[in-house]
Design a protein. Structure first.
Length: 86
């Protein structure tokens, strides 16, 4: 199951069955550390700090939404975008 939503998703690298295709079930990519592709683009609220967090596809970790700068819909944080440019 996905570490965030708890839905039982299929892992990338496994052969999805026709049932999974019909249900349009999310996939957990190998590089996502147990997070499904449905959750990796969403903004979450970290309840202990009441702070918004988001998955960075560069760091492969959750980062505070402020780490994404003005581009809060981006898939990578500012640091990873800068590293990609260099």
């Amino acid at each position: 199951p996905c570490v965030m939503c708890g839905v039982s998703c299929i892992f990338a690298g496994t052969t999805p069955s026709r049932l999974h295709a019909q249900m349009k079930q999310s996939i957990i990519p190998k590089q996502n550390k147990g997070l499904c592709n449905s959750c990796d683009g969403k903004t979450w609220i970290f309840s202990e700090l009441n702070a918004p967090i988001k998955w960075c596809k560069g760091c492969k970790n959750f980062r505070s939404l402020r780490n994404f700068g003005d581009k809060y819909r981006a898939t990578k944080c500012v640091r990873c975008r800068q590293r990609q440019r260099d």
